[in-house]
Design a protein around this ligand. Structure first.
Ligand code: FE
Length: 227
């Protein structure tokens, strides 16, 4: 099977949010929101069963979606896409408001937001597909919505391992290939052990306060690699 075919599928990038029964706000990145009907307005989304957000939506039956636009930062995607809501309060440094269902939605780098109620769910193996009725929606910016293609090619973003579109080993391979082309002699760089991001600017060591531009991991999470 030619896995490159999957890259020809167009999709956006979304932050899916939920609130558990203790009132804790959780969220994750998804690229699978799709409108399926307009009367009533319904959309589907697939989420990995290992995501806290998926588990919370199963419990509560409501969720929110923030549609990212081209002004959103890699750090936002890193926080929601490469960390677990069990370990991180993903909303701690964000500007957000609550929707009609009490679900948080982000205000910065967001094109629009949707509030949904789960009508049905479908087991898809590693993922669960939620069919949601849209109970509220709002356009928030005039900036172009972020597409997955823009995220990869312009923002140089990586695919979180729990994403529907994750292809095992693919991002590591492409980073290695890029490094080979750029450095024919021996050169060293740093690789984030959390998200795979490669830094080339500090061959002698990362500054102590360095944070991964993609996922926010500290300097201690980087390993030295030969480029
Ligand atoms: Fe990282």
């Amino acid at each position: 099977m030619d896995k490159a075919a999957f890259h020809t599928l167009s999709c956006g990038l979304f932050i899916v949010t939920a609130v558990d029964k203790e009132g804790r706000k959780v969220g994750c990145v998804a690229n699978t929101l799709l409108q399926v009907t307009s009367k009533p307005a319904q959309a589907i989304i697939a989420l990995n069963k290992q995501n806290v957000t998926e588990q919370v939506i199963e419990e509560t039956g409501v969720f929110g979606v923030s549609v990212l636009d081209q002004d959103c930062t890699l750090e936002t995607i890193g926080t929601f896409g490469f960390h677990s809501s069990y370990e991180t309060d993903k909303f701690a440094d964000r500007t957000y408001e609550l929707d009609v269902n009490g679900m948080p939605y982000l205000l910065d780098g967001v094109a629009s937001r949707f509030s949904l109620k789960v009508k049905e769910k479908i087991d898809a193996g590693t993922h669960v597909i939620f069919v949601g009725e849209v109970v509220d929606a709002e356009k928030l910016s005039t900036t172009e919505p972020l597409t997955y293609s823009y995220y990869h090619s312009v923002m140089k973003g990586k695919t979180p391992p729990k994403a529907s579109s994750y292809i095992e080993g693919e991002d590591a391979e492409s980073s290695a290939a890029e490094a080979e082309v750029e450095d024919s002699g021996k050169a060293y760089g740093w690789r984030c052990k959390l998200c795979g991001y490669i830094v080339r600017d500090y061959p002698d060591g990362l500054p102590e306060d360095f944070r991964c531009p993609m996922c926010g991991a500290p300097a201690s999470m980087f390993e030295r690699i030969e480029l």
